[in-house]
Design a protein around this ligand. Structure first.
Ligand code: GFB
Length: 371
């Protein structure tokens, strides 16, 4: 490919925090930030963690999402394209500077150079493996504080541009995503530019056509693994937890956090699912729900749900093999969706469905007594 250099510069970052839901939130913010600064966004690979592996895996951005639809919003380039075709010219090895807000302490304190403040951009996992994927070493650190990433509410973009003009700083390389978590309200709608790659679109469609019975289906997300049980303990001392603003509002306009929002009992899940199906049967008699698709990180409750729903003539299904991305793509296509307010994985589905005008609901929200 004969790629042309963008005179306005580039922005690259490591999606070094959290798993997919977190990375997706960060991606939307980084995309808005790149547009605000008028720099081409280098599309990072997704960072994945496998059981028993010490180093993260980096999966090319376009394995899951198409690149073209993003260009309707802003200029982007795959990280591999940038590194193979442009980096030698735009970002020579001697000029690779890592950006962080302020000094980051090293895990292994540098004995030779103990006091030199540094981003330590490659320290630990996934930081090292991420940049190693493209053989990137940094020669220097740059601390950008007190600048920040909210380009919607201030003259922040201009400040970045005057402090780091593209002529002298062709590439801004961030140690972590230049974005907030959870995703800023203004950036949620950028989700419409994240469109599943053909592989996932087709796989979702095939599963729906071949495995699920004909008719409408409800997609549900059950987030109930041990990491989640532990995370939910923080409900009692927080205003917000992870993606909770999607339900409660960014300023708690729609209420305070409560435990059932994070973790639900099996009984309440069955109750809400039955009630949802009955409501739909009454209000939309022409598009009768025939099945339930369950996505989960741990317990799919297939047995319990089949027992509870068989009398209503409804079968319950899951993927034969764990695939977090295919689960997401199918949930995005379901006729109805029930997700978890606190989970950023659910939040991805909710945003995608909003962009299509598909309905979504959440477990135990609104609060039982307020319904
Ligand atoms: O995506 P994620 O940041 O969402 O992390 P949360 C959860 C990961 O668990 C996903 C797996 O990326 C998947 O790998 N997972 C969750 C699932 N639900 C499903 C599912 O339905 N199907 C499949 N196949 N996999 C929070 C994070 O996770 O968890 C926090 O935001 C923190 O950083 C906390 O780590 C404990 O927002 O749900």
């Amino acid at each position: 490919a004969n790629l042309e250099r963008d005179p306005n510069g580039y922005l690259t970052y490591c999606p070094c925090m959290g798993r997919f839901g977190n990375q997706a939130d960060h991606f939307l913010g980084s995309l808005a930030f790149a547009k605000g600064l008028n720099r081409t966004l280098i599309l990072p690979p997704w960072v994945e963690y496998r059981k028993g592996e010490m180093r993260s895996r980096q999966v090319p951005f376009n394995t899951y999402f198409d690149v073209e639809p993003l260009k309707d919003y802003h200029r982007v380039i795959l990280m591999s394209d940038f590194m193979w075709h442009l980096a030698d010219d735009v970002w020579p090895e001697s000029e690779r500077v890592s950006f962080c807000y302020m000094e980051r302490k090293s895990l292994q304190q540098d004995k030779n150079d103990p006091d030199q403040p540094n981003c330590h951009a490659k320290d630990g996992n996934p930081f090292g493996p991420f940049w190693d994927t493209y053989n990137i070493e940094f020669v220097k650190s740059e601390f950008y504080g007190p600048l920040h990433f909210d380009v919607h509410h201030s003259t922040m973009a201009t400040k970045w541009q005057s402090k780091y003009p593209a002529e002298s700083w062709p590439v801004l390389a961030f140690t972590g995503a230049p974005a907030s978590f959870p995703v800023q309200l203004e950036n949620r709608e950028l989700q419409k530019h994240m469109q599943w790659s053909a592989k996932y679109r087709d796989a979702a469609r095939d599963f729906i056509r071949k495995v699920l019975p004909r008719g409408a289906f409800v997609g549900i997300h059950l987030r109930n693994g041990i990491d989640w049980v532990r995370a939910c303990e923080h409900v009692k001392d927080s205003q917000h937890l992870f993606a909770s603003p999607q339900c409660l509002g960014y300023k708690n306009e729609r209420g305070a956090l409560y435990p059932e929002l994070c973790m639900q009992t099996k009984e309440s899940i069955v109750r809400q699912l039955k009630r949802t199906i009955k409501n739909v049967r009454q209000t939309q008699p022409n598009n009768e729900i025939k099945s339930v698709f369950v996505a989960s990180d741990a317990n799919h409750m297939i047995g319990e749900l089949n027992v509870a729903l068989s009398r209503m003539g409804i079968s319950v299904h899951r993927l034969p093999e764990d695939d977090p991305y295919l689960d997401l793509a199918i949930l995005g296509q379901s006729n109805h969706f029930i997700g978890n307010c606190i989970s950023s994985y659910s939040a991805f589905v909710k945003r995608e469905r909003d962009s299509h005008g598909f309905p979504s609901y959440f477990w135990s929200f609104p609060k039982e007594k307020d319904r």
